[in-house]
Each structure stands twice: as C-alpha cells, then as structure tokens.
Design a protein around this ligand. Structure first.
Ligand SMILES: Cc1cc2nc3c(=O)[nH]c(=O)nc-3n(C[C@H](O)[C@H](O)[C@H](O)COP(=O)(O)OP(=O)(O)OC[C@H]3O[C@@H](n4cnc5c(N)ncnc54)[C@H](O)[C@@H]3O)c2cc1C
Length: 397
C-alpha cells in the first residue's frame, strides 16, 4: 500500500503537534523529561497526563467515537505514534486498559460491560491490570491453576498471579481462572473482570533491576466475582485471552516508532561524545554499527507497515503482530545496549550521574522486559514459524 500521507492526514499531524506544544508537561519539549522518582508522585503525574490526553480527545485515537475515542484511521494511528515518539511523550498509565482490555471488551464484552467499563478506561477513572501469568504458567498460559468455583450465585476465586503490571494502582483486573479441570487444559478457563478493591485481593510489589516497582504479585483468597463479570462464556476464556493477547502484541510492536527516534538520538550521542578529542561518529567501527542499526530500524518500520496492511484488510490484528513484536523488542535491546556501551566506563553510571539523566540505562534495562512481556521471543518465533510460515508445530505443543 501507499504510505505517503494525504493533505488531510498531514492536517491531523499538525493538529496533534499544536496540541502537544500546548499541553505537554512544562519543560518537556525542552528536554526536562524526568518522571518523579517517588512511585506515588509518579502515579499522580501519569494520572494527570492521561486526564490531559482524555480531555484533548487524544487518549484513544483509534477507539470508535461511540466509545469516546477519536475514530482515527490506521494511518492516523501511525501518525499519532510517530508524533508521540518524536516528543518522547510520557507513558500512558492505563495503557493496559486502553491498549488491550477496552478493545477486547468492545469485541467480546456484553452491552452492560461496555457501558459500565469502557468509558472509564479511557478517562483513566479506572485503572486496569491483566491477571494472566502465574508462578507455573507463563508461556504455557493454559497451565493456570487459579481456580474459580461457583457458590451461592457468585464465583469464589483462589490462587496467585505474578508479574502483574500496575496491579498496585489498579481498580480492576482482567483475570483468567480455571473453572473446569476435567477436559483439555485450554477448555476449562474463564475470563473474569475482578474488582481489585476487595478483601480477598492482596498485591505485593516486585522490585525490578531498573529500580522501578511497576510489577506485582496478586494473592486471591476467596475473592468474589459474579456472572455479569464473565467475558464470553464460562470455559470459553482461552478464546477471549488470545483476542486480548493480539492487542497486546500490537501494542508492544508500536515500539517500532520509539526505535526510529532512539536511532536519531544514538546518532546525536555519537556526535556529542568524544574519544581522544574526536567525535565517536568519526570512528569507522561506530559508523558501521550505526549503518547497521539504520538498516534494521528502517526494515522493522517497513515490515510494520506491511503487516498493518494485512490488519487493515482483515479488520483485526493477526499473527503478523508477533513478527513486529519480535523484531522491535529484540532490536530495541540490541540498540539500547550498544548506546550504553558507547558511553564507555560512563555507561555504568546511573540516573542523574549518567548521560542524559540515565535515560539510555533505564531504557536498556526495560528493553529486556519487552522481549518477555506479551509472550517471549521464543514463543513469538514459534508463532511466526507455525502461523505465518506454515512450518510444523512445536513438538511440545
Ligand atoms: C515487562 C513485563 C510486563 C509483564 N506484565 C504482565 C502483566 O501485566 N500481566 C501478566 O499476566 N503477565 C505479565 N508479564 C509476564 C509475562 O507474560 C511472562 O513473563 C511471559 O509470558 C513468560 O512467562 P514466564 O515468565 O513464566 O517464563 P517461562 O514461560 O517459564 O519461560 C522461561 C523461558 O523458557 C522459554 N520457553 C518457554 N516455553 C517455550 C517453548 N515452547 N519453546 C521455546 N522456549 C520456551 C521462554 O522463552 C523463556 O526464555 C509481564 C512480563 C514482563 C517482562
């Protein structure tokens, strides 16, 4: 397809640029981009940013208008991602709600669920988390052991989740639980919308190597949900969970836009840093790596566009999202690692002691997580092999 932008699309870009210039936090465009260190203050900062996006009608650009979104086309969504990456906009706090849970509810939720939850996801009034992974169920998600039992007209849930991003801030959780153990393990799972503010739900933060605490364990002890909190049918949760994962991979794949910006920043850093009085960019070995990263970042972007064309034709994301997720997450880790190593011994510095307040170090540590979240690199390779290349199935499965 043709990826040049029409005059109307360029108008959309300009409208967004003007809005960003007026509404980004003070000093952001000038490079003062540090988020508050304190977790509580950070959450308040991000809540305010989501509210600002929402009030400007920029929180859910591709969401349909009837759900409070802008109803943007996929091309406009591309422009949106480009511009947000260009200004390195603050992250969206309710990203799991906006990127994954809202779209899944629109696709598979009841009318009551849509009316009750979808709008509040966009406004940030309710923060959501995704309760899939467990200590013994990650890649093999169907092995979950958290159990929901129907008792006296309600569902009683017991078990443990782990790696649950933003659970410490969440009001609700999109949670998978086992409701039948008699058949195949994929067939006895149900998707619930669980209230996080109840006595049966406890969260415990996990301290990450980046010094952040965005992850949590969740302990469920006689937590309660009701029939109206089920998405899809009882024991139909596997199909629902896969639909949500498709949206998740599309989200991680959008990292491809940040990569273009990171490449430009890497070139700028190679010009600014010197070795024996000469800019690093004059070193032929550095130039060769930069050329390599240029080819890879452009390749990842063009591949993303090609896969977007498939999504446009089909109307929903397909297995190609795995290819984008794989390429952008692995390339991010490689490029950010190189950026840190280019700083020489200074690369070991941290936060305000390091080059540009340690943004490269922070990004490098987070880049490992992106090769795991939403399905690891190995799992994406299996999906690409089986569902795109048509190769035989993984022996284990
Ligand atoms: C940044 C981040 C955010 C996350 N947020 C959430 C969240 O909000 N909610 C949530 O539920 N989970 C979340 N997760 C958890 C994530 O989904 C799991 O970590 C992931 O699915 C891998 O599962 P695991 O950690 O149990 O590893 P395992 O599945 O135990 O895998 C261990 C290793 O074995 C490999 N492996 C496993 N199976 C195969 C196979 N068949 N073939 C080849 N290799 C294989 C894996 O690739 C990996 O290298 C998050 C993780 C990260 C890093």
């Amino acid at each position: 397809m043709d990826f040049s932008f029409s005059p109307q699309e360029e108008e959309f870009r300009q409208e967004l640029r003007d809005w960003l210039a007026r509404n980004l936090p003070a000093g952001w465009l000038e490079g003062q981009r540090s988020l508050p260190e304190d977790e509580q203050e950070r959450a308040i900062f991000l809540r305010n940013w989501q509210r600002t996006l929402y009030e400007g009608n920029w929180a859910g650009v591709s969401w349909p208008k009837k759900y409070g979104g802008r109803g943007a086309s996929l091309m406009e969504e591309v422009i949106y991602q480009q511009e947000m990456a260009r200004v390195k906009a603050p992250p969206v706090l309710n990203i799991i709600g906006i990127g994954m849970i809202g779209p899944t509810l629109m696709q598979m939720g009841t009318e009551e669920q849509k009316a009750k939850y979808v709008h509040k996801i966009l406004s940030g009034e309710e923060i959501w988390c995704q309760g899939y992974s467990e200590p013994n169920a990650g890649s093999d998600l169907a092995a979950i052991q958290t159990r929901a039992v129907r008792e006296k007209g309600r569902w009683v849930i017991n078990g443990q989740k782990v790696w649950t991003s933003y659970a410490h801030l969440a009001d609700r959780c999109f949670l998978l639980a086992r409701t039948d153990s008699t058949g195949k393990k994929h067939e006895g799972i149900t998707a619930f919308l669980v209230d996080m503010h109840q006595a049966g739900v406890q969260t415990r933060p996990i301290h990450q190597m980046s010094d952040h605490r965005d992850f949590n364990e969740i302990f469920l002890t006689d937590a309660v949900a009701y029939d109206e909190d089920i998405v899809g049918q009882v024991n139909d949760g596997w199909r629902v969970s896969i639909a949500l994962l498709m949206h998740e991979r599309v989200g991680v794949a959008r990292q491809v836009f940040a990569l273009q910006q990171q490449f430009d920043d890497l070139v700028a850093m190679s010009k600014a840093l010197t070795q024996k009085g000469r800019p690093l960019i004059e070193d032929p070995l550095v130039r060769a790596r930069l050329a390599d990263f240029y080819a890879k970042t452009r390749g990842a972007l063009l591949n993303y566009y090609r896969n977007l064309t498939q999504t446009m034709k089909r109307g929903v994301p397909g297995p190609e999202g795995s290819l984008d997720k794989l390429a952008s997450s692995e390339l991010g880790k490689e490029m950010l690692g190189y950026a840190v190593s280019l700083q020489g011994p200074h690369g070991t510095l941290w936060k305000e002691d390091a080059w540009v307040d340690g943004q490269w170090q922070d990004g490098y540590m987070f880049s490992y997580g992106l090769t795991i979240a939403g399905g690891t690199t190995e799992i994406q390779k299996n999906i690409v092999a089986e569902r795109i290349l048509g190769l035989p199935k993984d022996i284990k499965s």
